[in-house]
Design a protein around this ligand. Structure first.
Ligand SMILES: C[S@@+](CC[C@H](N)C(=O)[O-])C[C@H]1O[C@@H](n2cnc3c(N)ncnc32)[C@H](O)[C@@H]1O
Length: 431
């Protein structure tokens, strides 16, 4: 196996590939050093071992033909040379390991989750962080994953099924800036049909509107509803006036046995629209807003443009199917940055609305710009008197730089030997 050793000359040549391109202009405008992208060949690729797979470490090393280097500051994570491909390994196919950057793992660790937490992941797809959250919660709590892009959330569903961790998970195609559903508690009722109900036609009729165990074969009514949603998705990602589309739920996610109206009760202006419910319990104890961004900190993603061609950057970075808000915008365009900023602020604000008092919210992006990170945090704090930045206790041994605002963290390839990531943690104060 040969290792790519980058000399300074090669590095500069690589950086110069971007010369004159909108991307270089974008970096200049945001005060970012193009040299960070030369680190892609020298920083490790990271994997996370699924809980219980540590015993297979030697076997995995033999299969991928390299030693896995334990990440001392983050449990369960290992580094390996960037040229090693894991996708074809048996361990990967059998669901013993995940490909996941250590900085992304840190964003999840920053949440400091406890057994029984009910977590909302507002930009969930393709799902690396959602899977880690599910692994941490194990046989407790619940995870609600939301994403505006159906095809990306479908990939997230595939992951959850591959790793067999979806028992307490539910996935909704929805706009995270307006998503309003509360967590549902696992029901005693498993959704199976009793003999007396089988004999009672009206009970059966009622039950056809309640959720049974999830199966990829949907009942006719739901298929029809889904087709309608798909048809309108041609013009809009998430059609207005439609309930969020539920594309997956596990047996203990609190959905089985619920009626549609119970599922789709919503939070209005921070209050639950039904009376008699414990409002604190009906909000999420943790929210992750891993917001859509320009992905400039994701150095491997940016590096791919050397193969794809820089001319495709517009189409691939701002993929029209990912989000309507980012469609047809130019990276270097002032209005793009404003639109991205507003989207991020709206996602953060809505995630905070769904958070219970005393709960925590982690905001992260894989952009290194100040505009998409500290500026968003500052504006959010200005508009939300009950939000307070929290120290990230777990971070004391992490290789990060402090963000421009105290208590916020920045991972970058040169300091952290990870992909770039900004992380801020908030708590919701009582009235
Ligand atoms: C950085 S990615 C999230 C990565 C994910 N958390 C993970 O760990 O794999 C951002 C996601 O936000 C989604 N997104 C963009 N606009 C959104 C919106 N208005 N509501 C919900 N999701 C949105 C995109 O489709 C994309 O999947």
């Amino acid at each position: 196996m040969k290792r790519c050793v980058c000399t300074e000359e090669v590095k500069m040549e690589r950086v110069s590939l971007t010369s004159g391109h909108a991307f270089l202009e974008f970096l200049r405008e945001n005060g970012l050093d193009p040299l960070i992208y030369t680190a892609a060949d020298s920083i490790p690729r990271y994997i996370r071992l699924k809980e219980g797979s540590e015993a297979d470490l030697e076997e995995i090393e033999a299969e991928v033909e390299c030693k896995l280097e334990k990440v001392v500051w983050l449990d369960g994570f290992y580094g390996l040379p960037p040229y090693i491909k894991i996708a074809k390994s048996r361990a990967y196919r059998e669901g013993k390991l995940y490909g996941m950057d250590a900085a992304s793992g840190a964003a999840v660790s920053a949440m400091n989750l406890s057994v029984g937490d009910h977590v909302l992941d507002l930009c969930a797809a393709p799902g690396a962080k959602l899977c880690m959250i599910l692994d941490i919660l194990g046989n407790s709590g619940s995870v609600t994953g939301v994403d505006v892009a159906r095809h990306r959330l479908a990939a997230c569903r595939t992951l959850v099924q591959k790793y067999a961790i979806g028992d307490r998970c539910r996935l909704f195609v929805a706009d995270g800036t307006t998503f309003s559903l509360v967590p549902t508690r696992p029901q005693l009722n498993s959704g199976s049909i009793s003999q007396s109900e089988r004999n009672d036609e009206s009970a059966l009729e009622q039950r056809s509107e309640t959720f049974r165990e999830w199966t990829c074969r949907r009942p006719w009514k739901e298929r029809k509803r889904g087709a309608k949603v798909m048809a309108s998705a041609d013009s809009e990602l998430v059609p207005r006036n439609e309930h969020p589309e539920l594309i997956f739920y596990g047996r203990h996610s609190g959905i089985v046995g619920l009626s549609r109206s119970e599922l789709y009760r919503s939070v209005c202006n921070g209050e639950v629209s039904l009376s008699g419910y414990d409002k604190v319990k009906l909000h999420f104890s943790f929210v992750l807003v891993d917001a859509e961004c320009t992905h400039d900190g994701s150095i491997r993603h940016v590096q791919k443009f050397e193969n794809w061609g820089w001319a495709t950057l517009q189409r691939r970075v701002l993929d029209a199917e990912r989000t309507d808000s980012l469609t047809n915008l130019q990276l270097h365009d002032f209005f793009t940055q404003l639109e991205v900023f507003l989207l991020q602020l709206k996602l953060l604000t809505n995630g905070f609305r769904l958070l219970k008092v005393g709960g925590s919210l982690v905001y992260s992006t894989c952009s290194l710009t100040v505009a998409q990170n500290e500026d968003v945090v500052e504006q959010f704090l200005k508009e939300n008197a009950f939000a307070e930045l929290q120290e990230i206790d777990a971070a004391k041994d992490w290789p990060f730089r402090s963000g421009r605002i105290p208590k916020t963290l920045r991972f970058d390839p040169l300091t952290s030997r990870t992909s770039g990531l900004f992380v801020a943690k908030f708590t919701k104060l009582g009235i």
